[in-house]
Design a protein around this ligand. Structure first.
Ligand code: F6R
Length: 608
């Protein structure tokens, strides 16, 4: 999704800003742009496509400047084009970059048109430039113009703005869209993503909703939602640059798949001891809270939702709690009834997904005992806004398709399940079994990654198809859904997932020689039933690609069978996810897609 970086410095900032845009490329975008303050006006460059094209323009035109704003855009209002790319401007004087959506933009546009403003783009963002300009024309300073503008803007925004006649100051504003200040030596930055400025500083100030700030090379001033000067804590965070480079791998996604043994270790590290989970791993007071819980509501999106669907089974089986689960984008609109003693669990890799944050905010008005977040990014809005939180500690995930985020979310959700069971004095033997199994997990993941060669052999037969069906039963149905999501998002092959028993109720009609069927067959009490479902597929000419426990006997005829390492049944969803990630990756490689930044997608979905 869109990314903002801005700088006020005593040195030239053009290159720094473009490097910052490169570091935000993983978020997904379609165009990029920059505005740099110069003695004779503002250098304003925008390009459709990759940041590299913008960098090439910069190399040609060599703008030099100590003050500037830059942006990567992911289209919401108006097609991807140079004209719709940011920065937007008003009268060649005010330049802005914006993340988020201005919901009342049509109304504001009509008002500004009456005042004589004309619009060059189809975006909602352009109105911000004109609104600032309009306020400036009423005699306001830039910061006053931002105070006045924010009162008119409905929706979500992170804004950075500059004026042609001020060579030293930038004005920024935040409302429901991440924005932070970075403090360097003789330079101050603003960015929507700490990674953008991670090479420039370790000192960050996270702005709050309603904040407006003025920054220059040697100072900054922050004003709160009611325009009073405010002080905000400076957080020192080392975002290692190593974690954000591909190293020996071809793609971040590949690197992140193979990082899973370490990532899982980091998730469980310091959270289990002896034969049980430790108390208060979700924060001080969480164990006391968990004693009172009688019902759970989970909300999340995409891959994180699939993790929640697996966990709903665990919560019921181990913590003996009823659990409801919803798409974050749907939850608020179904007028949910909240029983007494319920908690809301949100799951999010980025902690910035707008739908999940909106559901969290909505839930705060309901009678939940507390909100509990599972999140990978400690600096995220979700982490700050949840009552209790457990970080997955997976390290930065750059590939748009979630891999290590998913498996570490599952481990974190198992820790949650164990914590609830422990607080409720339930199933000590089972808890002990799961804790032992969790310790063994990183090693079993390493063994699973060694199946790579058999999976590579499977890939060509799937890469030349247009569709694929994923099957799993019980706790493996959400894993099948995750497999289908991975394949569709990075290879663009249409893929669906079904609980295998549902086949005969409709989807069997799709089966022929062009429909590869990928199935998950662990050892379980319904393994035989699954085998019968797979026989039905074979009988109709479908080709089977099965990941199975060696004890499950399946004849796949012309398809492939990959025997999986042994693992405690309760944790097998984590293990069986891994070959599906590798398969999607290898299929996408053969199809030559943009694996780390698949078309139309964004890493951090900051619009609802
Ligand atoms: C798929 C994927 C998305 C995200 C979804 C939620 O591979 O990455 O489906 O899972 O956009 O994102 P987070 O977890 O950041 O809230």
């Amino acid at each position: 999704m869109c990314g903002i970086i801005a700088a006020a410095s005593t040195r030239n900032v053009g290159k720094l800003l473009v490097q910052g845009l490169h570091r935000m490329e993983y978020r997904g975008y379609d165009s990029a742009g920059i505005a740099l303050h110069q003695l004779d006006g503002v250098a304003h460059l925008r390009t459709l496509g990759k940041v590299q094209l913008l960098e090439d323009r910069m190399i040609e035109e060599k703008p030099r400047s100590k003050l500037g704003i830059a942006h990567t855009r992911w289209a919401t209002h108006g097609e991807p084009s140079e004209t719709n790319a940011h920065p937007h401007k008003s009268n060649d004087e005010v330049f802005i970059v914006h993340n988020g959506i201005i919901e009342n933009h049509l109304e504001l546009k009509a008002e500004l048109e009456k005042e004589g403003y004309s619009f060059a783009s189809q975006t909602d963002s352009e109105i911000i430039a004109h609104l600032l300009d309009f306020n400036l024309k009423q005699g306001m300073t830039m910061i006053e113009a931002m105070f006045a503008s924010k009162k008119k803007l409905d929706g979500a925004y992170a804004i950075a703005a500059m004026h042609r006649d001020d060579e030293s100051k930038l004005v920024i504003a935040r409302q429901k869209s991440p924005l932070l200040i970075g403090l360097g030596t003789d330079e101050v930055f603003a960015a929507s993503d700490p990674l953008a400025i991670s090479q420039l500083t370790n000192d960050f100030i996270f702005l709050e909703d309603g904040d407006v700030a003025e920054i220059s090379a040697d100072t900054y001033k922050i004003f709160d939602a009611v325009d009073l000067e405010a002080s905000r804590e400076v957080s020192r965070i080392d975002i290692s640059s190593q974690a954000t480079s591909k190293g020996e791998y071809r793609h971040f996604m590949e690197k992140e798949i193979y990082e899973q043994p370490d990532a899982l270790l980091n998730t469980i590290d310091g959270r289990i001891s002896g034969e049980d989970v430790l108390d208060n791993i979700f924060g001080l007071g969480s164990t006391e809270l968990f004693k009172k819980v009688e019902r759970i509501q989970i909300v999340a999106c995409g891959t994180s939702l699939h993790a929640g669907r697996v966990a709903a089974n665990w919560l019921s089986a181990i913590a003996e709690l009823p659990c409801q689960i919803d798409y974050a984008s749907e939850y608020r609109y179904r007028n949910p009834h909240v029983d007494d003693n319920s908690i809301l669990i949100t799951i999010s890799q980025s902690g910035e997904t707008a739908d999940t944050l909106a559901a969290l905010n909505y839930a705060k008005e309901k009678n939940y005992l507390a909100t509990v977040g599972i999140c990978n990014v400690p600096t995220s809005t979700l982490a700050r806004e949840s009552d209790f939180v457990l970080f997955t500690n997976a390290g930065p995930e750059i590939g748009v398709a979630s891999t290590k985020a998913f498996t570490t979310q599952l481990a974190a959700l198992m820790l949650l399940t164990l914590s609830l069971a422990k607080a409720r004095n339930l199933n000590p033997k089972l808890r002990q079994r799961v804790v032992t199994a969790l310790r063994a997990l990183p090693e079993i993941i390493t063994q699973t990654l060694e199946l790579k060669d058999s999976i590579i052999e499977m890939a060509p037969a799937i890469a030349n198809k247009d569709n694929a069906l994923f099957l799993g039963r019980g706790i493996f149905y959400p894993v099948a859904k995750e497999g289908a999501l991975k394949l569709k998002e990075i290879s663009y092959i249409h893929a669906e997932a079904y609980p295998a028993g549902e086949l005969k109720h409709g989807p069997l009609a799709l089966i022929d020689e062009n429909m590869p069927v990928i199935a998950l067959a662990p050892e379980s009490e319904i393994a035989e039933k699954l085998v019968s479902n797979l026989e039905e597929v074979k009988a109709r000419g479908g080709t089977l690609y099965v990941f199975s426990d060696p004890s499950v006997s399946i004849d796949v005829k012309s398809g492939s069978l990959v025997p999986m390492p042994k693992c405690d049944f309760l944790l097998t969803p984590i293990i069986y996810t891994i070959p599906l990630q590798i398969l999607s990756y290898e299929v996408a490689l053969l199809r030559g897609t943009d694996i780390d930044q698949p078309r139309n997608l964004a890493k951090s979905v900051t619009v609802e």
